[in-house]
Write a protein that binds this ligand. Structure first.
Ligand code: FEO
Length: 170
């Protein structure tokens, strides 16, 4: 049985994961408007991943006989100044999410909820990858700043990303 405190915090994180999907979907729409199809596709896959994160919380809350309570999703920004600004915002957002996950891990320890601690480990590892991939794109876009042709190469490369759903039970 999930303690009320953890249930409330997990429902809040479920909302935050759906917001992340919304944010990346909005970024994808922005890239579509610039006809940068590779970046747009990368962001759409990022949004899909975020929905699998939300679903993990949905499933875990139910498995622990808790109650999923969905709340309104805040509207994301719709415009950014440049592809670099978008990936900088992505990196900043992922650092913020890492902080949220760390706080949840602290709460699970404080509440002696070992099952939640194990569950959250997946997210702790995932956040390392999330920050790293956003930061890699930021660094490459900075290098490309003085070479417009490079932007299209990065667009093509990011367009190669494929959606890989997390393994069942992972
Ligand atoms: Fe759900 Fe991008 O972390």
């Amino acid at each position: 049985m999930l303690k009320k405190k953890i249930q409330t915090a997990f429902n809040k994180q479920l909302n935050a994961e759906v917001y992340s999907a919304y944010l990346y979907w909005s970024m994808s729409a922005h890239f579509e408007s610039l006809n940068l199809k590779g970046f747009a596709s990368w962001m759409r896959i990022q949004a899909l991943e975020e929905m699998t994160h939300a679903e993990k919380f949905f499933n875990f809350i139910n498995e622990r006989s808790g109650r999923v309570q969905l709340t309104a999703i805040e509207g994301p920004p719709t415009e950014w100044d440049s592809p670099l600004a978008i990936f900088q915002a992505t990196y900043t957002h992922e650092v913020k999410v890492s902080g949220m996950i760390n706080k949840l891990a602290d709460l699970a320890v404080a509440e002696s909820d070992h099952a939640s601690q194990v569950f959250l480990q997946w997210f702790v590892n995932e956040q390392v990858e999330e920050e790293s991939s956003a930061d890699a794109a930021v660094q490459r876009l900075k290098l490309a700043a003085d070479a417009p042709g490079a932007l299209f190469l990065i667009d093509q490369e990011l367009g190669q990303r494929v959606f890989v759903p997390p393994a069942a039970g992972a």
